[in-house]
Structures are given as structure tokens and as C-alpha cells.
Design a protein around this ligand. Structure first.
Ligand code: AMP
Length: 410
């Protein structure tokens, strides 16, 4: 490389660090310790995958017997406990997180006292729907038309502007469909406002009104960007939700290849535009005429990427480890069609039975069920306890297995 070119790249990297608050990239080889803020299933699967490569892990979680803590050393303390965060920093060479609502003070402390290649800018952006939408649009990627709303009068004006139906959402804190309401008729505006923004007029949270997108299906793409800027994405998953909880991910998604390619391009454009490091899950709506609108981002491994564990050359968890440790990213190729079915508390016994006993149905369909259980001590209705990746010749066979085992009927 000629000197001037090298200097230009260094200057670009410096400008990027100033813009995103990111620290200079470090390459961490196996043997290094990865600290994980959060000890749930995502941390556990990251630790299982990274341990296989020779990395060490330490997790911070308030629950004594957390899923990740069963497979790695754990610091048991509240997420916003500064002393515990300091200890995590002391014991780790690099820090990551497995959920996005990381306390801003803790994020700042960790970036000061340790190496957090994902930085805090990405969290700041994805913790707030309006900031997130602005970042997606800045990357040149479409989102559903939207307006910021702070009062009932503003909601009425925004609804008149966008046209109904619309979806009203809180800008922060909502997940899995909580903190939102679909509005189909003008007379529903006031009730939706009261539902999404309860409490006194003075402390109305920031809200977003979005145009309701009549979608053909929902898909997601998990993209990764390494600390030195390499970008790759996994094949899109078609996601089916029941009661706002992910039920199935179907891969390949049942949309034309051209749409799949465009979805990957958009996700890669966002992860590059945001100069994200690590994984970024990009959820999108696909309309009948093939338009794509990005709905939401998550800067971490994602439930809709669990299929990669058994069906891709590299899993999303290995990819995340590679990205934050600045290794070359792994091949994201799909090796086999797959259907991922989530296992909730009410499905746990049936799922374990179906996946562990001699399974004539699976043999007949040519489906290989790969069971993943997270080790949560308490099984509750609606709680994600595990998932099964159904490897198959055709996703229709995986779907038939789900249908015939009756898993999600009880
Ligand atoms: P969210 O919390 O934004 O992920 O939304 C939860 C679910 O609500 C999505 O998976 C969609 O099924 C639905 N939804 C959210 N926003 C819209 C929209 N603008 N148009 C149509 N459906 C939506």
C-alpha cells in the first residue's frame, strides 16, 4: 500500500471513531476473554459458540442460575451496578451485550474502562424508534412513513396527514408488540392515545405514528460488520408471529430471489451506514408488489437468526464473536432449508418429547430436528425456553412436522 493511501485509510478510520465514539479496532485471538452484559439465552449461545473457538467468557446477570451462567463464570449483580460493571471490565479483554436496553451510564463506564468495539452510539440509536428511523433513512433505506407525536392534537394531525390505518408506538421501551395500537378509524384515535400514553398530559412519552403497511410477509436479515469494516449478511428468514411472539422462521424465505438479494443489500447498507460493529438484525415488511420497508433493528444476535446454528456454515453467534474480535467474518451460506420453531413454556414438554423420542414422523418427512434448550429454571407460558431447528429438504416438510407434532396447539 502506498503511504498516502495508508494515511487516507487511517484518517478515515479516525473520522469514523470520532463520529461513532468507537475505540480503535483490536484483534483478539482465541484465549481472550469476552465479557457479556446479560446472561440470557443469547449470551449462552454466544458463549457456547465462542468457547468452541477457544475464547473464554464471563457474564454479568442479576439471576443466580441464568442460562449463560450455567456454561460460563458469572458475576451476579444488577445490570446498572457500577462496581459489578467495573469488575466485568477488569476480567474481560472485550465487552459485548446481549440486550439493547443497556443503562447509558454503564455503557459509558464500560467504554471508558474496557474495550467495547460496538461503542455506545449504536445502542443510543436503536434504543429510540425515532433515532433508529432517522439512521435507517440516512443509509438510504425506506421505512414506513411516520410522524413524531407528543399530544392528542399532534396525533390527530399526523393521522390526517398519513391517512388511516396507522400504528401508534412508544418511541422507547416497547417490544414484542407491547406499547402499540393499531388505529383504523378516526374515532379510535383518543383511545389509542390513552392506551399507548397513559398518565398525565405533562409526561406523555415520545410517540411515533406509522402508516400501517399491508404486508405479504415479514422477513429479517442478520448482517454483521467487523471492527475493521468487513460486512456480510445471512440469508433472509421469513418470520411468522403468533400473539406478537416469533413462532416460526422459514429459510429460504418464500419470496423471489431478487427480493432476498435486495433485503440483504438493504441490511448491509444499514450496518455499513451506521458503522455498526457486531450483529445487526434488520426486520422488514415485504409488500405484495415487492417493496421492502424496514420496521426495526436489534444490535445483537436475534431469535430469527437461530436457524443459522445448524443450517449455515457459520452461526450468527460465531459471526458476532468474529466481528467484535476483528477476525475475518465467516461464510454465511445456507447449507440446507430449515424451519426454526420457538419453544415456549407451554410447549416445553411436548417439544422435548417430540425431538428426543424415536420420531417416525420426522423420518417419514426426512426432517432432522435439532433441539436447543436454554436451561431457564422457571418455565412460564409465553416464555422462550428453547427452539428446534428442523433441517429438511424442503421447508414445506419442516412446516408439516410442526403441524403434525401439534406443538403450538396447546
Ligand atoms: P414492532 O414492535 O415494531 O416489531 O411491531 C410488532 C409487530 O406489529 C410487527 O412484527 C408487525 O407484525 C406489526 N407492525 C408493526 N408496525 C407495523 C406497521 N407499520 N404496519 C403493519 N404492521 C406493523
Amino acid at each position: 500500500m502506498v503511504k498516502a493511501e495508508g494515511e487516507a485509510i487511517a484518517a478515515g478510520a479516525e473520522a469514523e471513531r470520532e463520529e461513532t465514539g468507537a475505540q480503535p479496532p483490536r484483534t483478539l485471538l482465541p484465549g481472550a476473554t469476552i465479557g457479556v452484559l446479560g446472561g440470557g439465552q443469547l449470551g449462552r449461545m454466544m458463549a457456547l459458540s465462542g468457547s468452541a473457538m477457544g475464547y473464554r467468557f464471563v457474564a454479568l446477570d442479576p439471576a443466580k442460575d441464568a442460562p449463560c451462567g450455567q456454561v460460563t463464570p458469572q458475576i451476579t449483580a444488577a445490570y446498572n451496578d457500577r462496581d459489578a460493571a467495573r469488575e466485568l471490565a477488569r476480567r474481560s479483554d472485550v465487552i459485548t451485550y446481549e440486550f439493547e436496553n443497556v443503562d447509558a451510564g454503564v455503557a459509558a463506564l464500560l467504554t471508558e474502562e474496557s474495550y467495547v468495539p460496538q461503542g455506545s452510539a449504536l445502542l443510543y440509536t436503536t434504543q429510540h424508534r425515532l433515532r433508529e428511523k432517522a439512521a435507517i433513512e440516512a443509509a438510504g433505506v425506506p421505512v414506513a412513513p411516520y410522524r413524531k407525536v407528543g399530544s392528542l392534537a399532534e396525533l390527530e394531525a399526523a393521522a390526517a396527514d398519513l391517512g388511516l390505518p396507522c400504528v401508534l408506538k412508544t418511541a422507547t421501551g416497547g417490544y414484542d408488540g407491547k406499547g402499540q395500537a393499531v388505529i383504523r378509524r378516526p374515532e379510535e384515535l383518543a383511545a389509542a392515545f390513552r392506551q399507548v400514553a397513559p398518565g398525565a398530559q405533562a409526561d406523555v412519552p415520545e410517540l411515533v405514528l406509522e402508516k400501517f403497511i399491508t404486508f405479504k410477509c415479514e422477513i429479517s436479515v442478520i448482517a454483521a460488520r467487523s471492527a475493521s469494516g468487513e460486512v456480510k449478511s445471512f440469508p433472509p428468514a421469513e418470520n411468522i408471529h403468533v400473539d406478537n411472539i416469533l413462532h416460526l422462521s422459514i429459510v429460504p424465505a418464500r419470496v423471489p430471489e431478487e427480493i432476498q438479494r435486495r433485503a440483504c443489500e438493504l441490511a448491509e447498507r444499514i450496518v455499513s451506514g451506521m458503522k455498526a460493529v457486531g450483529l445487526l438484525a434488520v426486520e422488514m415488511f415485504v409488500t405484495e408488489d415487492g417493496e421492502l420497508f424496514v420496521n426495526e433493528l436489534a444490535p445483537r444476535p436475534h431469535n430469527s437468526g437461530h436457524y443459522t446454528m445448524d443450517a449455515c456454515v457459520t452461526s450468527q453467534f460465531e459471526q458476532h464473536v468474529r466481528a467484535i474480535c476483528n477476525l475475518p467474518l465467516g461464510d454465511t451460506k445456507l447449507l440446507t432449508p430449515v424451519v426454526m420453531v420457538n419453544v415456549l413454556g407451554q410447549h416445553l414438554d411436548g417439544a422435548v418429547q417430540a425431538a428426543c423420542r424415536a420420531n417416525e414422523e420426522a423420518n417419514r418427512l426426512g426432517v432432522s430436528p435439532k433441539l436447543h434448550i436454554y436451561g431457564k429454571t422457571e418455565s412460564k407460558t409465553g416464555r422462550k425456553m428453547g427452539h428446534i431447528n428442523l433441517l429438511c429438504k424442503d421447508t414445506g416438510d419442516g412446516l408439516s412436522w410442526v403441524e403434525q407434532t401439534n406443538l403450538w396447539r396447546n
